[in-house]
Structure formats: structure tokens, C-alpha cells
Design a protein around this ligand. Structure first.
Ligand SMILES: C[S@@+](CC[C@H](N)C(=O)[O-])C[C@H]1O[C@@H](n2cnc3c(N)ncnc32)[C@H](O)[C@@H]1O
Length: 243
């Protein structure tokens, strides 16, 4: 399929953890065997393969796999190229990792990074080459444009200051207050997504992600200080954990 799509001159390189994928070498593809969640694999792979025009992630689809892959390959994508991550709907499904750190939440960080280029924010974007993103059903694409990414935006005012009446933003507060009955349901609708399998995927302010070992360490410390709480704790864990 990709040979037909990119044409006979394209260099098409495949990666899989399954060694059986090597069979596709017979059809003229370069095949590397390794794990997409292994940073050392990427280092070696990129040093051998060189810059990439289009990178498509259709691997295991866990958040760690998708995020480690993106973090490791983004800087090796050529100017004008793109990283395309498939099956991003897994961000809403059980079984692909901690939803507090899903791929869609990682993509939102890129939206923040892109917006942080605004001239009044004092952020250092050097080395960040993602210029824009495109979002589709189950696909998120990151577009690389080195030159544009290094531009620093400047504010342009189209009216002379003396003629400028302000932007009337504050004046609007009265309208918003008077129209609250009409505005509130629209705002609520704007922030709700119907039909997702997990409606609980909003990160609340107190959410943190810790590893299993860190959790065990915390529990052990706590029990050392308060051994009498063991039964209460076990009861709490059994009620909160699904498995
Ligand atoms: C959804 S299939 C897609 C295969 C191929 N892209 C296609 O369209 O036919 C997912 C593939 O990812 C591979 N995979 C799973 N985990 C992986 C990992 N950690 N690193 C590399 N490949 C992995 C599987 O072996 C499987 O071949």
C-alpha cells in the first residue's frame, strides 16, 4: 500500500517489535526490529537511517509508546515533513496507560507550546520545530517547519493609538451578565463530549502520576508511621482499584 502511495523511488523503512516483520525485506522495505518505547533503540535507529520526511506511528498505541516515539523522533524529521500518530482514540480507552498522561493530553501540551510563541510570552522555543498540528478522527499530525518555528511574532496595530477606542472587552461584561441564562448552557455544551467510553478523563488539579514503585514506597513509609492503619488502607485500596 505505502509503495503504491509514495511511488517506486521512496525509501520505506518499517519498525516492529515482532522479528517476523523481517519478511517484508523481500518486498524491498528496510525493516528494523526493536521497541518503540526504548529510547536507545531510537538513538541507534536514527543514527543509521538519518532524517525522516514522514513518520507514521501505527505500533502498540499505548501512551508511553506513542509519547516516547514522538519525543525521540520529532527532532529527526526533516523540514516540511511530518509525524503522524495513528489510533489516538486509545487516549479514551482503558488498557493503554494512565489517562492522566494520555497521548491526547500530550498533544495538548504541543498546542500550549505552539501558543507560547506569542511575542509577549517569554519562552524559549529554540529547537522546537513543530509549527502546526492537524487533528483528525484517530489521527494527530505534527508538521515540522524549522524556519517558521524560529520566527518571533510581533504585535501589529492597524489603527493609530489616538483613534483607538479600546477593544470593548470589558464593556461586554454587562452583556455576558445579562445573558447568563442563554450563555451558560452553551458554555456547558462547549465543554462536554458525548459518548466517549470514559467520561472521566479530565485531569483534576490534584492529579499526579506516580510509578508503582513510588506508590509502594509511599504506602510502606506511611504504614511504618501508622501500622494500625493497615486494615483501613487495604480496605481503601480494594475499593478504589479495579483489578
Ligand atoms: C496495529 S499493528 C500495525 C501494523 C502495520 N502498521 C500495519 O498497518 O499493518 C501494530 C504493530 O505494532 C507492533 N508493535 C507493538 N508494540 C510495539 C513496540 N513496542 N515497538 C514496535 N512495534 C510494536 C506489533 O507487533 C504490530 O505489528
Amino acid at each position: 500500500m505505502w509503495r503504491e502511495f509514495f511511488g517506486p523511488k521512496a525509501r520505506i523503512v518499517g519498525i516492529d517489535l515482532n522479528p517476523r516483520a523481517k519478511q517484508w525485506e523481500e518486498d524491498g522495505f528496510e525493516i528494523y526490529i526493536g521497541s518503540q518505547s526504548d529510547p536507545s533503540f531510537w538513538k541507534k535507529f536514527l543514527s543509521e537511517v538519518g532524517p525522516i520526511d514522514v513518520f507514521l506511528d501505527d505500533g502498540g498505541h499505548t501512551y508511553v509508546q506513542q509519547i516516547i516515539t514522538s519525543e525521540c523522533v520529532l527532532d529527526s524529521i526533516s523540514d516540511g515533513g511530518m509525524l503522524v500518530v495513528e489510533d489516538t482514540h486509545t487516549s479514551y480507552l482503558e488498557g493503554f496507560g494512565a489517562q492522566t498522561h494520555s497521548f491526547v493530553k500530550y498533544a495538548k501540551i504541543w498546542i500550549d507550546r505552539i501558543n507560547s510563541r506569542f511575542c509577549e510570552f517569554n519562552t524559549d522555543q529554540s529547537g522546537r520545530k513543530v509549527w502546526s498540528m492537524e487533528i483528525f478522527d484517530s489521527i494527530i499530525a505534527f508538521k515540522i517547519n524549522k524556519d517558521s518555528s524560529e520566527l518571533k511574532s510581533e504585535e501589529i496595530c492597524s489603527v493609530e493609538e489616538a483613534q483607538y477606542d479600546g477593544d470593548f472587552r470589558a464593556e461586554d461584561n454587562v452583556i455576558v451578565e445579562n445573558k447568563s441564562e442563554e450563555i451558560t448552557p452553551i458554555m456547558q455544551g462547549a465543554f462536554s463530549v458525548e459518548g466517549l467510553p470514559n467520561e472521566n478523563n479530565v485531569v483534576s488539579e490534584g492529579d499526579v502520576m506516580i510509578t508503582k514503585n513510588q506508590l509502594v514506597g509511599l504506602v510502606e513509609n506511611w504504614l511504618e508511621q501508622k501500622p494500625e492503619a493497615k486494615d483501613e488502607l487495604l480496605d481503601l485500596i480494594s475499593k478504589s482499584c479495579k483489578t
